[in-house]
Design a protein around this ligand. Sequence first.
Ligand SMILES: [Zn+2]
Length: 261
Amino acid sequence: MTKFHSIDTGFLMGDGGIMFGAVPKKFWAAKYPCDENNMSSMAMRAVFIETENHKIIVDTGAGDKHLSKIKYYKPHEMKDLREEIGKLGVSPEEITDVVNSHLHFDHCGGNTVANEKGEIVPAFPNAVYHVSLAQWENYRKPTTFERLSFFADNIEPVLDAGQLHRVPSDTELFDGIHLKLYDGHTPGQIAVFFDTDDERFVYAGDIIPSSVHCYHSCLCAYDNNLTLAMDEKKRLYDLAKAENRTLLFYHDSYTPRAKAR
Ligand SMILES: [Zn+2]
């Protein structure tokens, strides 16, 4: 039996013009609020999947190691992911797998923490961390455009601890839990397809970060390759629709999920 929980790890403020890309404000602001500075609230909502034999976290928020570096984004209501899973009766040691959709700081900051000696170590000491091989290679040789989105200490300590698994292509992680790779926002972003007893889900990461991004033309200015991002979003959305899946939105502060229609 597979169960899942959504876990809010905190919120950032994102410029609406950047978040919703080449769509006029008149359109996006009617669907997603912004303040007088054009800034919109962006959730960072991790997914925790429990199966009979595995406890899997999908994306880990921004963590607490870089709050001064990311203060432009006004991080607030930040939570410790380990404490949040503790509220579900699960310890960090019990986590078997962490899936990073990609390595931008707002998706993998909770991968690692400082220990009592001040060393940065994996937050989940017994977990295998899954990142696509394409994303790993992209992170190690970033473009100038993407370079500032990566912080090495979110992932290098995972490699050093021997806990990193690089996913070469679409794969079934465990029975009924599929990792599928999508380009466009960044190379080899992982979307997680999984089923509970009564519903089918897909965690769409930054391929479809909010309900507004379900609109074909609504892309994010942070997408590496807009043309490809549009095609890849359509590929994911069409599959989700064909399989009657509910989309889980990482960044949508108001609509955590919606059926693909
Ligand atoms: Zn993101």
